[in-house]
Structures are given as structure tokens and as C-alpha cells.
Design a protein. Structure first.
Length: 108
């Protein structure tokens, strides 16, 4: 019976490690979501300010193709795109729907 208990203790320890890894991935994802919301808010505010300034000058916004050259969507800044260090070590695992530690840590 002691070998069964030892086996179950090992299984529990691996499950705790897996849980902690997933919780860390969730915390990182929540931080990235907060940062993305802030970027959306800042972009919206900037767009509204430009529209207000154009309206005050009497020019009004001119319509261009949605993704044409020179439009805001075509001129994204480098800091708008997450770098590898911002995306975190678990990003590829989340994209592939795998556990961030690897296939060895899958539940049994």
C-alpha cells in the first residue's frame, strides 16, 4: 500500500505544478488584456481628438479606403505590436492550445 500512496503523492505534486503553471499563464493573459484595452482607449481618444480638430477647422474627415496607404490602420506603430518579451513564454503554448510546460505535464 505505501507504493500506491507514494504514487498518488507524486501525481498530486505534478498536478499542483501544472495548476501553478496555468494560473501564471492566466495572470499574464490578464495583464496583456489590460494593456490592450488601454491601447484601444488611447487610440479611440486620439481619433476623436483629430476628428474634433478637423471639425473645428471646417475640413471634416476625408474618406479613404479602410486599409489604404496612409490610413491609421496601415500606419501602426512598432510599440502597438507585442514583442516576444511582452508576449511571454506561454504565448506559443496558448496559441497551440498546449500546456505551457510541454506535453509531459498533461493530466493523466
Amino acid at each position: 500500500m505505501p507504493s500506491v500512496i507514494a504514487l498518488l503523492e507524486c501525481r498530486e505534486a505534478r498536478a499542483r505544478e501544472e495548476l501553478e503553471s496555468w494560473l501564471e499563464a492566466v495572470r499574464e493573459a490578464e495583464e496583456h488584456a489590460v494593456a490592450a484595452r488601454q491601447r484601444v482607449d488611447h487610440a479611440r481618444i486620439a481619433r476623436e481628438e483629430v476628428l474634433r480638430a478637423l471639425a473645428e477647422e471646417g475640413e471634416g474627415p476625408t474618406r479613404r479606403a479602410e486599409n489604404g496607404p496612409g490610413t491609421a490602420s496601415a500606419l501602426s506603430r512598432e510599440d502597438d505590436v507585442p514583442s516576444g518579451s511582452v508576449a511571454g513564454p506561454h504565448a506559443q503554448a496558448r496559441i497551440n492550445h498546449q500546456h505551457p510546460v510541454g506535453s509531459a505535464a498533461r493530466p493523466s
